[in-house]
Write a protein of this length. Structure first.
Ligand SMILES: Cc1cc2nc3c(=O)[nH]c(=O)nc-3n(C[C@H](O)[C@H](O)[C@H](O)COP(=O)(O)OP(=O)(O)OC[C@H]3O[C@@H](n4cnc5c(N)ncnc54)[C@H](O)[C@@H]3O)c2cc1C
Length: 306
């Protein structure tokens, strides 16, 4: 730890003792089921709890790393130093005011899409099959060709390092293909604007999305979705498949036979296995097609060997 002799978060913050876990294996908190321990792992349920954690980590110079479902993250084998925070409780709440929706950063996207459908609000259907949280989705502007979260955003509430909440208007946030300029901010909630629609039509659109995913994606395995962004005018999956890489394996990590842009943890894969496999894929695709694939997934913690 980089802290100046930090006493344990648990001891110092007696009121949060129940929430804090030390040396928590992060493999438990990623859909890849890969990742070493966090020094501290906390699930605050209220803003006052979160503020205490932020103040504590600031006081000890410890980095704070927010995590959602870990569905877009490759977490290093040595884990993450500092305090990993997963927003729960009030941060998972979703509420409606006409066509406006307030969604906590910890709320799962499938719950958000379903709640919108039940309220006869259209626009969030593309998020229904994405197994992340609102907070994680805002970082990468998660979505599908049918739409992304950024296009629904009205404003985003963040917690500044000073411990003060602040509101960013849509005009102050840049969203583009699988990218936003929010990384580095701690997101508390998003206010989205949807449009009225027919409940049955919205439900049917969601069901179509889910059926399509079940047919094309290896949903029963540990994975983090698409590994690479689609290069302009092409598809990463097509390139990886055309390079003959489906099924390619490094240690416990393998290119999915079902979807070439997915890597699955086929059993006991390490982060290092996945890094090496990603490098092999990028090298091969570049040699064969002259396209350098850019990763869509994000990385947390150090790499173990190189
Ligand atoms: C089967 C499968 C299918 C997928 N399909 C899609 C798809 O169609 N489209 C798509 O875009 N993605 C897809 N994904 C990827 C992933 O689900 C999305 O990127 C999702 O939005 C990530 O959310 P998360 O909460 O899991 O974020 P995490 O993976 O936990 O975190 C991602 C980043 O966001 C940061 N973060 C998380 N919460 C906060 C917060 N509150 N404040 C600040 N930073 C925060 C983290 O620090 C990290 O840097 C898929 C993944 C899987 C496993």
């Amino acid at each position: 730890m980089s802290a100046d002799d930090p006493s344990s978060l648990r001891t110092e913050l007696a009121s949060l003792a129940e929430l804090v876990r030390e040396n928590e294996p992060l493999a438990r908190h990623s859909t890849f089921a890969i990742g070493g321990p966090a020094d501290f792992y906390v699930e605050p349920k209220t803003l006052p709890e979160l503020k205490k954690i932020v103040a504590w980590s600031n006081r000890h110079g410890l980095p704070l790393f927010p995590i959602g479902q870990g569905s877009n993250l490759l977490i290093g084998d040595k884990g993450v130093r500092g305090v990993v925070v997963r927003l729960r409780g009030e941060f998972e709440e979703i509420s409606f005011d006409g066509e406006r929706v307030s969604a906590g950063a910890g709320a799962p996207l499938p719950s958000l899409a379903k709640a919108c459908a039940q309220n006869g609000l259209a626009g969030a259907e593309p998020l229904a099959g994405i197994p992340g949280t609102v907070g994680g989705a805002l970082m990468t502007n998660a979505g599908t060709p049918e739409g992304d979260i950024g296009s629904l955003v009205d404003e985003v509430e963040i917690l500044e390092n000073s411990g003060k909440p602040a509101v960013l208007a849509k005009k102050d946030i840049v969203f583009s293909y699988r990218r936003s300029d929010l990384p580095g901010r701690l997101v508390l909630r998003a206010r989205l604007k949807l449009r009225r629609g027919d409940k049955n039509d919205i439900m049917a659109a969601i069901q179509n999305q889910l059926n399509r995913r079940a047919k094309t994606q290896p949903l029963g395995s540990y994975n983090v979705g698409s590994i690479f962004k689609n290069p302009p005018g092409d598809f990463a999956a097509r390139l990886v498949d055309a390079a003959g890489l489906k099924g390619l394996r490094v240690g416990g990590a393998a290119v999915s036979d079902k979807h070439a842009n997915f890597i699955v943890n086929a059993g006991q894969a390490t982060a290092e296995d996945v890094h090496r496999l990603i490098e092999k894929i990028r090298r091969t695709v570049q040699e064969k097609f002259g396209v350098l694939l850019e990763t869509e997934i994000w990385f947390a913690g150090e790499r173990s060997t190189f």
